[in-house]
Design a protein around this ligand. Sequence first.
Ligand SMILES: [Cu+2]
Length: 179
Amino acid sequence: MTNQDVILTVWLVGAALITLGFIFVIMQVGKPAGDAAARMHASHTWQARLFALMAVAFIVGTWATLRHFPIPAQGRALGAPQTVQAVGRMWSWELKPDKVNAASAVEFRVTSDDVNHGFAIYAPSGRIVTQTQAMPGYTNHLLYTFDEPGIYTVQCIEYCGVGHGPMTATFEVLAAKGQ
Ligand SMILES: [Cu+2]
């Protein structure tokens, strides 16, 4: 289990406990005698139902919007059809291989030989398409499927010394069969 998984689990358990606490407090509202008190109790029941409805809407909304979390699980191979080993060092990138196919997922295994670097991929148009950190002693797994063939550029986007600016490399995305 990576640190991110631990943090997510702790957060989910904490959020669930807080939610249960709220529901418990609302359910513990007393049942005083008399008409006015009965009306008050009825209104508390209504509030509890509204709270439960909001909690369900929040949980469903969270699940629906975060289900396709864009960052893949770290710490293991992703089983993508193509893999590129990417190593950053002051001040160059090593990419193996330097050709991939479009329309098929590529797993970039990104690490660094020295300090932290930023591994950003720019499309031929100059638009950044995806990025991750290149960290010494750790491999980040970046999953991306290229739609357009062409020459893509890797640029370091974390300042790493005097050679940071020109710390670039290129690789080619080949047209998929039938494209
Ligand atoms: Cu840099």
